[in-house]
Design a protein around this ligand. Structure first.
Ligand code: HEC
Length: 500
C-alpha cells in the first residue's frame, strides 16, 4: 500500500509542479535561444552552421512549421530535436521569437561581405576533368538536402554531387564560355563553382536575405538582389570582392527591397525590380571607366514584381501587385507603353517566347488560374488562353521542339500532371502523370532539344528524362527534391524556351 501511495503522491506533486511552473514563468525565448540555438544559428540569428532564422528568410515555413522543426529536428541534418528538453510552451515561444523582427536591423555592408569571403582557387586546367560534353551538362539543384548534381546531358549520368549552401534561390548563372557557374542562396551566399575542375573556387556572403543573382554579359560583374538589407550588391565575378553597394531607395529616399535582378545582354546592363517603390533600375555594366556602374531610374506607376523580357531586351513585361494585369515598359524610352489585362496572377518570371505564324508571342502560366496566356508582342494584346489542369509555375520549350511543357504546380488536386501543348495550334497534345500523387514540376531541355527533363519535386523525388518527340520515358534518376535543373548550352545561348 505505502509504496503505491507515495508513488502516486510523487506523480501528483510532479504534475502540480509542472503546471505551476507553466503558469508562473512564461518561457524567456531570447534566453532559451542564446542557450540552445545561438551556437548553430548565430547570436543575432544571422546563421552559422545552421541557416539564418529571421522572418523574411523563414518565409513559407510558417510558425507551425518552425515549431515542428524545433520539436522534431530534421532527419539527416545537424538540426537536433528539442522535444525532450524544451516543453511545448518553450517550443512555441522559440518559434514566435524567430518569426519576430530583430530589435535592430542587422548590418551587412562592405566589411561584413569582405570578411565572409573565402577563396579556394582550383589547380590550373585547360580542359574539363571529364569526357562529357561540357556544354551539355545539367546543373541540378537538389533542395531536399541542399546538394547540387552535375549531370552528363548525353548519357544522363551524374558526374559529381556536392553540398551547396542552404536553400539556393533563383537560377544559377553561367559565364559565356560555360566554364563557371554562380549560385545564390537564400541567406545571401554567392558561390562560384568551376565546372572543369568540379570544385568551389570562391564564396562570399553578399546579404542576409537574398532573392537572386545575375552575371553581366562580359562576365565581369555579379549583381545580388537583397531583401535584407535593402541593397543591390555588385561583386567582381573574378574573386567576389565588393565593387559597389547600392543602398536601394527611390528618388524621394524611400527605402526598398530588391525583388530580383536580371542581366539584359543586348543592353549591356543589369535590370532590377524593386519591391516597395515604383521604379525599375538599370545599371550599365559597359559604361565608361570614368563613371563605373552608373544607375538609371525608370519611373513606373506601381511596383512590378515579376519580369519577362522580349528577345532583344527592348521591352520588359511585369505583373502588377494584385495579379490582374501585365505592364509593358519600353526600356530605351524608359516608359510604360501598354497594359494587358491578365487576371489570375500571371507568372511572367517563367514566361517563354516563340514565333507562331510569323508573329512573336510570349506565353505565361498563371499562379491562380489553370491557364496559359498567349501574348502577341506586336500589339501587346492577349490573343489566346489555353485552359490547363491547374494553376502552374514553370513552362519550357526549345528552338528544336514544336511543343511547350508546363505544370500544375500551384493546383491542389493536380500537382502531379505535366501538360504538353503544340506551339502552333495551341492544343494540349498530351497530359503526363509521371509519379501519381507527387508534385511534378520544372522542365528543362537538353542542348539539342531532343530530351526534356522533368522533376518529381519531393524529398524522395526524381529526375525523369523524356524523349521530347514521343513523350516516352527514357530514364529515371533518384534526386532529393530537384527544384531546378539548368542546361549549360541553353543558358549561355539565351535559348528562347527557358528563363534567364
Ligand atoms: C547543432 C546545430 C544546431 C542547433 C543547436 C540548432 N539548430 Fe536549427 N538547424 C540547424 C541546421 C543545420 C538546420 C538546417 C537543416 C536542413 O538542412 O534542413 C536547422 C534548421 C532549423 C530551422 C528550419 C529553418 C528553415 O528555413 O527551414 C529552424 C526553425 C531551426 N533550425 C530552429 C532552431 C532552434 C529554435 C534551435 C534552438 C532551440 C535550433 N534550431 C538549434 C542546426 C542547428
Amino acid at each position: 500500500m505505502k509504496p503505491c501511495c507515495s508513488f502516486l503522491a510523487i506523480v501528483v506533486l510532479a504534475a502540480m509542479g509542472a503546471s505551476a511552473r507553466a503558469q508562473t514563468a512564461a518561457p524567456d525565448a531570447a534566453a532559451l535561444y542564446q542557450d540552445k540555438c545561438a551556437s548553430c544559428h548565430g547570436a543575432e540569428r544571422l546563421g552559422a552552421v545552421g541557416p539564418a532564422l529571421l522572418p523574411d528568410n523563414l518565409g513559407r515555413l510558417g510558425q507551425k512549421g518552425a515549431e515542428m522543426v524545433i520539436r522534431d529536428g530534421r532527419a539527416a541534418t545537424q538540426m537536433p530535436a528539442f522535444g525532450a528538453e524544451i516543453d511545448d510552451a518553450g517550443v512555441k515561444a522559440l518559434a514566435s521569437f524567430v518569426y519576430g523582427k530583430p530589435a535592430a536591423t542587422p548590418r551587412w555592408g562592405r566589411d561584413e561581405i569582405g570578411a565572409s569571403r573565402v577563396l579556394t582557387p582550383a589547380p590550373a586546367a585547360d580542359r574539363p576533368m571529364f569526357a562529357a560534353d561540357p556544354l551539355n551538362l545539367f546543373v541540378v539543384v537538389e533542395g531536399g538536402d541542399h546538394h547540387v548534381t552535375i549531370l552528363d546531358g548525353d548519357k544522363f549520368e551524374p558526374i559529381t554531387r556536392f553540398a551547396s549552401r542552404f536553400a539556393l534561390h533563383g537560377g544559377p548563372k553561367f559565364t559565356p564560355d560555360g566554364r563557371y557557374v554562380f549560385f545564390g542562396s537564400r541567406d545571401g551566399w554567392v558561390t562560384k563553382y568551376d565546372l572543369w575542375t568540379l570544385q568551389v573556387v570562391a564564396e562570399a556572403r553578399a546579404g542576409i536575405n537574398t532573392r537572386n543573382i545575375a552575371l553581366s554579359r562580359d562576365a565581369r560583374f555579379i549583381a545580388v538582389a537583397n531583401y535584407l538589407p535593402n541593397s543591390l550588391v555588385i561583386l567582381s565575378a573574378a574573386d567576389l570582392s565588393v565593387l559597389k553597394i547600392f543602398d536601394v531607395a527611390d528618388r524621394a529616399g524611400q527605402s526598398s527591397r530588391v525583388s530580383a535582378v536580371y542581366q539584359a545582354p543586348d543592353r549591356g546592363s543589369f535590370i532590377a525590380a524593386l519591391k516597395d517603390v515604383p521604379e525599375i533600375w538599370e545599371i550599365a555594366t559597359q559604361g565608361p571607366a570614368t563613371e563605373p556602374l552608373p544607375l538609371r531610374r525608370i519611373a513606373i506607376t506601381a511596383p512590378l514584381d515579376d519580369f519577362f523580357f522580349d528577345p532583344g531586351y527592348r521591352h520588359l513585361i511585369g505583373a502588377n501587385r494584385d495579379g490582374t494585369q501585365a505592364v509593358v515598359v519600353a526600356l530605351s524610352e524608359g516608359r510604360e507603353i501598354a497594359t494587358i489585362p491578365l487576371p489570375g496572377m500571371p507568372h511572367l518570371g517563367s514566361g517563354i517566347s516563340w514565333v507562331r505564324s510569323g508573329q512573336r508571342v510570349i506565353a505565361t502560366p498563371h499562379l491562380r488560374d489553370g491557364k496559359i496566356s498567349i501574348i502577341d508582342t506586336a500589339t501587346w494584346t492577349a490573343i489566346a488562353t489555353v485552359p490547363t489542369e491547374g494553376p502552374g509555375f514553370f513552362m519550357r520549350s526549345h528552338e528544336n521542339t514544336p511543343y511547350v511543357w508546363t505544370d500544375s504546380f500551384m493546383s491542389k488536386e493536380n500537382k502531379d500532371l505535366i501538360q504538353i501543348l503544340d506551339k502552333n495550334t495551341l492544343a494540349i497534345v498530351r497530359t503526363l502523370k509521371p509519379a501519381p500523387g507527387k508534385t511534378t514540376a520544372h522542365v528543362e531541355f537538353d542542348r539539342s532539344g531532343r530530351h526534356a527533363l522533368v522533376s518529381v519535386w519531393e524529398n524522395d523525388g526524381a529526375l525523369i528524362v523524356y524523349d521530347a518527340a514521343t513523350f516516352a520515358e527514357v530514364k529515371r534518376l533518384p534526386m532529393s527534391k530537384p527544384v531546378g535543373k539548368y542546361n549549360v548550352y541553353n543558358k549561355i545561348t539565351f535559348s528562347e524556351g527557358t528563363s534567364h
